[in-house]
Design a protein around this ligand. Structure first.
Ligand code: NAD
Length: 499
């Protein structure tokens, strides 16, 4: 059986815990490798070595650090296909989608090439008589990134890029379900010129995460994953005085106004609801058509599109719309929630429960589902399903529709489809959700803006990537300086008596 270990001090480090987690091929259901789970002692050691390495890295001028990022960009592009194949084989997403996963991470590394500009401080000349004042952005030291299974390239890259470009060392704890791509990225960074020890990739589970949280050398934690764990990490990190930004789950609503282009809205819902088998924190999982006529027209357009979806293994390339979900447990959880929807009275318009793929009977495939007449008291509305299941909640008016999204406990992303600028503008202004799409179903901001949800979708301050990331991974020091009059007055040659 293939074993996956850690990356410490610029080389593979074989874990000694004797504890492993299975890494599946979700398309076949087979265990394809096992990943070592680090002990607290291994974590503490990796952190101490990172702290040593950070001193010289933090003192390296920002432009030299940026050049490592520049070379990293070239190498990621060189190895894109190789990494995408590994990513698909562990995660299950289609090959084009795996390339998208890497691409959206790569864009943040490209942004980090501009780090020297973002790290510039502020200066006030003559803040008082003979006094200047300046603020510097300094690295925090050792920081940690703890990342989820669903974007095994993009989210580690969102963490690594800004943290390292700002002069920190990083402990990256990727998801134990698809750990290979983060290790490949670490290897590429070494090839790009990153000094050993500045990025340590340590695989593990809750024990490893707790070791990071309790280690006082670690100054900041960037987490992405489910809401209960995000909240737990935020609280425990704060208890040891760490900076923490912890992004959680989602339930993203898309409002469809009666004036929307119904074909475009239906196409958008197919991609945003079922792409990546719904395993995206920005997936649309709730459609809210406004008015009965809109709802009927939307369902009529959605059904044939959903029935035409092609579900299969990533090896089928472009011929597949989405692949299996990540584990058997994830599949069972999705089917359990679908059953709860039926039991609680929602109308299952497209039923994917019996889906099976010839030759892949043991794979973790889930057929597409569409619910109509879902109500806010149902579990399928309240909980994140994280699968290919779209729920339709019919709203009587725009006010009723926006209230649904406002009242939901999650606040990651949302969208509105309309031709009316006034409605769209009102929606964007009033909605209490971090990322908003207007006729755009998955409004993931580009690298130079910031990414982050509100309410139970995000704990802590500042967002991921964009300028916020450089604020998160640096701290400000402000110097007030007054110099005594110096040699410009000319030399004094007389021995002065005290007055
Ligand atoms: P998860 O919470 O199970 O795992 C995330 C990370 O936390 C992993 O590294 C895992 O090893 C670790 N972990 C798991 N259980 C832990 C515990 N008890 N204590 C400490 N650490 C623990 O999430 P996942 O299933 O890997 O990812 C899917 C979730 O991530 C979804 O809820 C999705 O919405 C969310 N997500 C959010 C965003 C966002 O930006 N808001 C982006 C991607 C994914």
């Amino acid at each position: 059986m293939k074993e996956i270990h850690h990356w410490i001090d610029g080389k593979e480090y074989k874990g000694t815990s004797g504890r492993f987690a299975d890494v599946f091929n979700p398309a076949t259901g087979e265990v394809q490798a096992r990943v070592s789970l680090a002990t607290k002692a291994e974590l503490d050691d990796a952190i101490a070595r990172a702290a040593d390495a950070q001193v010289a890295w933090g003192a390296t001028n920002p432009q030299r650090r940026a050049r490592v990022m520049m070379e990293f960009v070239r190498l990621i592009n060189r190895d894109m296909d190789k990494m995408a194949e590994v990513l698909s084989s562990e995660h299950g997403k289609t090959f084009p989608d795996a390339k998208g996963d890497i691409q959206r991470g790569l864009e943040v590394i490209e942004f980090c090439i501009g780090a020297p500009h973002l790290l510039k401080g502020d200066f006030t000349d003559s803040a008082g008589p003979g006094i200047d004042m300046y603020s510097m952005r300094q690295p925090l030291g050792v920081v940690a990134g703890i990342t989820p299974f669903n974007f095994p390239a993009m989210i580690p890259l969102w963490k690594i890029g800004p943290a390292l470009a700002a002069g920190n060392a990083m402990i990256l704890k990727p998801s134990e379900r698809d750990p290979s791509v983060p290790l490949m990225l670490a290897e590429l960074l070494k090839e790009a010129g990153l000094p050993d020890g500045v990025l340590q990739v340590v695989n593990g589970d809750k024990d490893s995460v707790d070791a990071i949280l309790d280690n006082e050398v670690v100054q900041a934690v960037g987490f992405v994953g489910s809401t209960p764990i995000a909240q737990y990490i935020y609280e425990r990190a704060a208890a040891t005085g760490k900076r923490a930004q912890c992004f959680g789950g989602a339930k993203n609503h898309m409002i469809i106004m009666p004036d929307a282009d119904m074909d475009k809205a239906a196409d958008a819902l197919i991609g945003a609801g079922y792409g990546a088998a719904g395993e995206r924190c920005m997936a649309i999982s709730v459609a809210v058509p406004v008015g009965e006529k809109t709802a009927d027209a939307l369902i009529e357009k959605l059904v044939p599109r959903i029935e035409a979806l092609k579900v299969g293994p990533w090896t089928a390339g472009d011929d597949v719309d989405y692949g299996p979900v990540v584990t058997k447990a994830a599949k069972e959880n999705i089917l359990r929630l679908v059953q709860s929807g039926v039991d609680q009275g929602a109308e299952l318009v497209v039923d994917g429960r019996d889906f099976s793929l010839q030759g892949y009977e043991d794979g973790f495939f889930v057929g597409p589902h569409l619910f109509d007449r879902v109500t806010p008291d149902m579990d399928i509305y309240k909980q994140e399903i994280f699968g290919p299941v779209l729920s339709t909640v019919r709203a009587g008016s725009y006010e009723e529709a926006i209230k649904l999204a406002i009242d939901h406990e999650y606040g990651n992303g949302t969208a509105i489809f309309t031709r009316d600028g006034d409605t769209a503008r009102d929606f964007a202004n009033r909605i209490n959700i971090g990322m908003v799409g207007i006729n755009v179903p998955i409004p993931v901001p580009l690298a130079y803006h910031t990414f982050g949800g509100w309410k139970k979708s995000g704990f802590g301050d500042l967002n991921q990537h964009g300028p916020d990331a450089f604020r998160f991974y640096t701290r400000t020091k402000t110097v007030t300086a007054r110099w005594p009059s110096g040699i410009k007055e000319g030399g004094e040659f007389n021995f002065k008596a005290m007055e």
